[in-house]
Design a protein around this ligand. Structure first.
Ligand code: TXA
Ligand code: MG
Length: 359
């Protein structure tokens, strides 16, 4: 399959030339094609959610296991009505505050949702993205859009069009290049089929933001601490897979910051001595501590005081290390507060829960 790459300027969608390009992609989407597009969280791979054959195409393009359900994307609040069997009052409240934006709500599905979207569950996950290109594309297509992250299954999610080209070129009809994403990791998935709501996947909307609006919110077990017991049926099926994984063996070091830095220095010296290509994921606050390590690539993920900056760079850096042929990655843990919870969730998954605790 030949993949068309279409550049669209998100700041200029009222321009006729940009609108025409978007409407061309929207037609392909509506008529059963696969279109990758930017959202504020990560790039998504879209198909018409009501077209089973098109949705099947998503699973094969990504190499995605078929027991992992997809998020359905809408462009306005009315789009929700026909996707769910009922709209719980809490959904109205959450949608009013966080849509459009990085929050996905799991609700009981309507008859309209094909089995292949929900992977056999009675529920459907719905989200209204805030990226102007995503919203306009969905609106113009006139259909709800199923879209997982636009990476090959298991790889870090794409935060720019180049990442999508790397993974899906030749496997999808269109890749829309609408620039960089704003959050850098995926939406928060919140199950509101019962109360209290449960965070199945932490993301751009934080537990504190949700709690402030709806009161107590449960944080799904094992989101940060350890992997899923394989005997358990995970609540968000996607969370059980090894995910976001770089090619390198990645280790996350936790504990007091000084001990983290000390241990990373010690280990990197050891790896480098053995001739292995080693990289360090540091932070703005600590990067100066590694200046004497000349044999390895040290980069800052961002500032500990502003975990949003780390969210934005983590996946990009993991892909960068893949391209450089890095064999070992040593990563500093950060506080699992605010967006830091989502950062730590992704980091630990990327490392396959390979954690050194210096406590
Ligand atoms: O930010 C995002 O959410 C991105 C952009 C493209 O919108 N999409 C995304 O999709 O991350 P995906 O497929 O990579 O992750 C969807 C997650 C998976 O963990 C999946 O198991 C879970 O949502 N999920 C989907 N439907 C569900 C359902 N009915 N019940 C529980 N979990 C569900
Ligand atoms: Mg994904």
């Amino acid at each position: 399959m030949k993949t068309e790459i279409i550049r669209i300027n998100p700041d200029n969608l009222t321009d006729k030339a940009e609108a025409d390009k978007l409407s061309y992609a929207a037609d392909i989407l509506k008529n059963g094609g696969l279109v990758a597009f930017p959202t504020e969280t990560v790039y998504g791979l879209g198909a018409n959610a009501l077209d089973e054959k098109a949705v099947k195409g998503i699973y094969s393009a990504k190499g995605r296991p078929s027991d992992n359900p997809l998020i359905v994307h809408i462009s306005d609040r009315n789009g929700l009505d026909r996707l769910v069997s009922e709209i719980p009052p809490i959904a109205e409240e959450l949608a009013k505050t966080f849509w459009p934006g990085p929050l996905t709500l799991v609700m009981n599905k309507s008859e309209l949702i094909p089995q292949i979207i929900s992977a056999g569950l009675n529920t459907v996950a719905v989200r209204m993205p805030s990226h102007p290109v995503a919203r306009e594309l969905i609106r113009m297509s006139g259909v709800p859009v199923a879209a997982p992250s636009a990476n090959s299954s298991g790889k870090p999610s794409p935060t720019c069009a180049g990442h999508v080209v790397e993974d899906l070129s030749g496997k999808v009809d269109v890749i829309i290049d609408g620039g960089n994403v704003h959050v850098g990791l995926e939406s928060t998935v919140l199950d509101i089929t019962h109360l209290p709501p449960v965070i199945l996947r932490p993301g751009g909307v934080t537990p504190a933001q949700l709690t402030a609006l709806v009161g107590y919110v449960e944080i799904g077990r094992s989101l940060v601490e350890d992997g899923f017991d394989s005997a358990e049926v995970p609540m968000a099926p996607g969370m059980k897979y090894r995910h976001y994984a770089p090619k390198a063996i990645m280790t996350v070091v936790t504990g007091p910051l000084e001990s983290i830095v000390h241990e990373i220095c010690r280990r990197s010296a050891e790896y480098s001595l053995s001739g292995a290509k080693t990289a360090i994921l540091a932070t703005d606050e600590t990067i100066g501590c590694y200046v004497n390590l000349t044999d390895c690539e040290t980069v800052s993920m961002g500032s500990r005081g502003n975990p949003e900056t780390i969210a934005l760079s983590l996946f990009k850096l993991l892909r960068h290390f893949d391209r450089r042929g890095v064999q070992y990655i040593l990563a500093e843990a950060i506080d699992a507060d605010g967006v830091g919870l989502a950062v730590m969730n992704r980091m630990l998954k990327a490392a396959g829960y390979n954690i050194i605790n210096m406590e």
